[in-house]
Design a protein around this ligand. Structure first.
Ligand code: FPP
Length: 253
């Protein structure tokens, strides 16, 4: 198929990508901001600011190429242990992004949702997240999920508690629980699992991200630090994904 203009712009690895068979859902662990800053003699907060810009670029591109879902790990349940200045910078960046999204999401038909225990965020951030969620409910386009105060284990415990409560209330029965019904208690209810998980920053671990949802995800690791991650790197990840043999425990026919 002929590549539209915005694909041709980032050509080398794009040539190896079949844009008609992209994953529907891509998940990314935004890692390497601190090292990116340190290598430049800058404070870690500068790395997060650069990382937020990279996120804008990649999220816009994912929307342009028609990806259905993009989920990013922006702040884990463990990230509260970081210095207060770093935490407040990340929260400020999220606030700025939410405010921007509230102005543009309807025009661009982009849904913005938040996954994680957002009750620990400031009242202002919670209210912005609620407004983004409300507008998203009226839209149909690409859905971007930002994981904040998110932990995969916490998500599973939260889902189990909700299910136990439903049992106590008589609206669910333990013997009727299936993998499909359990999924409806997760933050990601209604969202297909990511087929591709990308981790920049050189580490090769899941770090408590989407533990349930990544059961069959293809992992793509790169040493590129998140602020340096480009559309070309995304193409490399797509090409690697498309070269994999996905059998889901079966055998190739
Ligand atoms: C991990 O890199 C990154 C984070 C804990 C924060 C990521 C947050 C952002 C990019 C800003 C979020 C804003 C939006 C709009 C999504 P690290 O600091 O652990 O890197 P290091 O391993 O090099 O120290």
């Amino acid at each position: 198929m002929a590549l539209p203009f915005f694909r041709k712009r980032h050509s080398a690895a794009a040539g190896q990508v079949d844009f008609d068979h992209l994953p529907r859902h891509v998940a990314i662990i935004l890692d390497g901001n601190g090292r990116w800053a340190r290598r430049r003699g800058l404070p870690r907060t500068a790395g997060h600011k650069a990382g937020a810009e990279t996120f804008r670029t990649i999220a816009t591109y994912c929307r342009d190429i028609g990806l259905d879902y993009l989920t990013v790990y922006a702040f884990s349940t463990e990230n509260w242990r970081r210095p207060e200045e770093e935490v407040s910078t990340i929260m400020d960046l999220l606030k700025r992004y939410m405010l921007e999204a509230l102005d543009t999401m309807e025009r661009d038909n982009v849904r913005l949702r938040f996954m994680g225990d957002i009750s620990a965020l400031s009242g202002e951030l919670q209210e912005l997240a609620r407004r983004c969620d409300e507008i998203s409910g009226r839209l149909t386009g690409c859905q971007c999920n930002i994981c904040i105060n998110y932990g995969g284990r916490a998500e599973l415990v939260h889902a189990a508690q909700d299910f136990a409560r439903a049992c106590l209330a008589g609206t669910a029965r333990p013997e009727e629980l299936t993998e499909e019904t359990f999924e409806s208690y997760l933050y990601s209810a209604g969202i297909p699992s990511p087929e591709l998980l990308i981790r920049p920053g050189g580490e090769q671990r899941l770090s408590n991200f989407l533990l349930w949802q990544c059961a069959y995800a293809e992992f793509y690791y790169t040493d590129v630090l998140w602020p340096d991650f480009t559309v070309e790197d995304l193409h490399r990840a797509f090409a690697a994904y498309q070269s994999r043999d996905r059998r889901f425990g079966g055998i190739k026919r």
